[in-house]
Design a protein around this ligand. Structure first.
Ligand SMILES: [Mg+2]
Length: 247
């Protein structure tokens, strides 16, 4: 399992120290199931609708700017994304976007809210093998209603003791979760695809992080600096978590 970038010493340290871990928290989007791909696809459809007004690159650039400006008001999730699409359409078209085009944009969002849930390879096997030894929970951002829908459809609910839908993932929101779980900081391991949301904030408060990269990462979630910590490990696939957590 040791990769070129991570010496086998690292994995031994991680394996020895991890005896303290009681709770494993899983991020949901792009960790348990496919998500970002649907946003990229939706952006492409949106760019096609906006074609009379601007080139695709300009549409993507403006949309990202609008989304960042709206983040504090709307938070994460598809419904906030839909409102940002509509606002971007108004800006790009200089308020000339038609009611019909707005209708098409709303349909883009609605179809995202009805996508089937596509579990990532190995997810269920990993949860099954870890559930006897650890308390498993979900810690995710996004719309409450949409995340509940996906969890229900995923068939994974029986594996989890607790579901936490967080407005944002910061050291203080993780600290509140730890308090709620009635555990110590070093007893939590967070598993997720985003270094920015799933790993850096938990390392900052003395918890553990396992990064499982997904092939597509939203620009907003990217981190460029390398992370060096005994309490951090990167896996090639979630299936490797089974071996990492074995004694
Ligand atoms: Mg994620």
């Amino acid at each position: 399992m040791c990769s070129v970038n991570q010496s086998c010493v690292l994995i031994l340290v991680f394996k020895k120290m991890k005896q303290n871990i009681k709770v494993i928290a899983f991020d949901a989007d792009d960790t348990l199931w496919v998500n970002e791909t649907f946003f990229r696809d939706a952006e492409k459809v949106f760019a096609t609708i906006m074609k009379p007004f601007a080139k695709a690159d300009e549409v993507y650039r403006k949309l990202y700017e609008v989304e960042m400006n709206n983040m504090l008001l709307y938070g994460y999730g598809i419904k906030g994304f839909m409102l940002s699409l509509i606002e971007t359409a108004n800006v790009i078209s200089n308020n000339h976007v038609s009611a019909q085009q707005i209708g098409e944009i709303i349909e883009v969002g609605k179809s995202m809210l009805q996508k089937p849930v596509e579990l990532l390879d190995g997810v269920e096997q990993v949860l099954k093998s870890l559930q006897g030894d650890y308390r498993l929970i979900v810690a995710t951002k996004g719309d409450l209603l949409d995340q509940e829908r996906k969890l229900r459809k995923s068939g994974l609910l029986p594996y989890f003791h607790h579901i936490e839908v967080m407005s944002d993932k910061t050291p203080s929101t993780y600290q509140a979760l730890i308090k709620h779980l009635d555990i110590e900081n070093h007893e939590l391991l967070m598993v997720g695809n985003s270094l920015k949301s799933d790993i850096l904030p938990v390392l900052q408060i003395g918890s553990w992080g396992v990064h499982v990269p997904f092939h597509t990462t939203w620009h907003h979630e990217e981190v460029n600096e390398p992370i060096i910590s005994d309490q951090f490990y990167t896996l090639g696939s979630i299936i490797e978590l089974e071996e990492l957590m074995q004694d």
